[in-house]
Design a protein around this ligand. Structure first.
Ligand code: NAP
Length: 295
């Protein structure tokens, strides 16, 4: 079997078109413009690219966008004071602090200072707690993107054996929790694997849906995958550079071999990646609706 490609770029485009329409209507009917602020500390090149992409996407969709680029030497006190101002700013519905922060800053304290009503990254403990009990305000963007990819490509999630490889707070744990909920687009039986799991392959081979977020190039080989499984590869690993200096990326799944066994698979790049920013925009629109009493 050669797997169907799950193209995140296409699904993301579809969702963005829906969001653009919704944003136009919010403006016309309610004079409401969703507002997103990005805060970047330091000059990390990858973070600059990510923030630039978020700003550009927001502008394309008609979201009010503000960007604060702070110097590397910014103090914790100054950063918290900025977040406090943004928490109170009625134009701003979503606050995104680009991670990682420089080492001298306390990331946890910064994330906890964001008003949970503006937590469009979905990393605040209030957001995570609400996700756990099945009453989410803001779902973290990458797991939400994965769930939307599954739903919109018609994958049967209800009753499926889902195996998640990786237990990070930003991907593994939240996607496992989301697919476990007693809700539409969920109701799966979920197993989470990590580096201390005995015989990982015995779990992955049972998976109808295998979600891999390990950050290890080609950690999942074809012999670890069941015939006909749906495989979602979250990993983004740089394995080299081209002569012209472009990064060569690969996922956590041995794509060429696994695609001959799976029924559907996400490519890297072009799979999960394009969904993440799109879900950030969705959260920003939701935050604006909630703030205006329109949710
Ligand atoms: N496309 C996107 O938008 C997007 C977004 C976020 C992340 N990513 C990518 O997704 C990958 C994972 O990111 P993350 O932040 O979740 O990573 P992370 O914080 O490094 O967590 C990796 C997890 O995978 C587990 N793990 C590592 N190697 C393993 C192996 N060989 N077998 C089983 N489990 C293994 C680790 O187990 P332990 O807990 O036991 O150490 C850990 O729980 C990275 O490549 C990252 O770049 C992509």
């Amino acid at each position: 079997m050669t797997a169907q490609l799950i193209k995140g770029a296409d699904v993301a485009r579809e969702i963005r078109a829906e969001l653009k329409q919704e944003i136009t209507e919010l403006k016309e009917k309610h004079n409401l413009v969703p507002g997103l602020v990005t805060v970047l500390v330091g000059a990390d090149p990858a973070s600059q690219v990510y923030v630039g992409q978020k700003e550009k996407t927001a502008q394309e969709l008609g979201i009010y966008s503000e960007r604060h680029d702070l110097p590397e030497a910014t103090t914790q006190e100054d950063l918290l004071a900025l977040i406090d101002r943004l928490n109170k700013d009625p134009k701003i519905h979503g606050i995104l602090v680009q991670l990682p922060l420089p080492k001298h800053l306390n990331e946890t304290e910064v994330l906890y200072t964001i008003d949970p009503k503006k937590d469009v990254d979905g990393f605040h403990p209030v957001s995570i707690g609400k996700l756990m009990i099945g009453e989410p305000d803001f779902l973290p963007c990458t797991p939400h993107g994965i769930q939307q990819l599954l739903i919109r490509t018609g994958v049967q999630i209800e009753g499926a054996e889902v195996v998640v490889v990786g237990r990070s707070n930003i991907v593994g744990k939240p996607i496992a929790n989301m697919l476990l909920q007693k809700q539409k687009g969920a109701n799966a039986t979920v197993t989470i694997c990590h580096t201390r799991t005995r015989d990982i392959a015995s779990h992955t081979r049972r998976a109808d849906i295998l979600i891999v977020a390990a950050g290890k190039p080609k950690a999942i080989t074809a012999d670890m995958v069941k015939e006909g499984a749906v495989v979602i590869d979250v990993g983004v690993n740089q394995i080299g550079t081209t002569d012209s200096g472009k990064r060569i990326l690969c996922g956590d799944v041995d794509f060429d071999a696994v695609k001959e066994k799976a029924s559907a698979i996400t490519p890297v790049p072009g799979g999960v990646g394009p969904m993440t920013i799109t879900m950030l925009m969705m959260n920003t629109v939701r935050a604006a609706r909630v703030a205006a009493g329109l949710a």
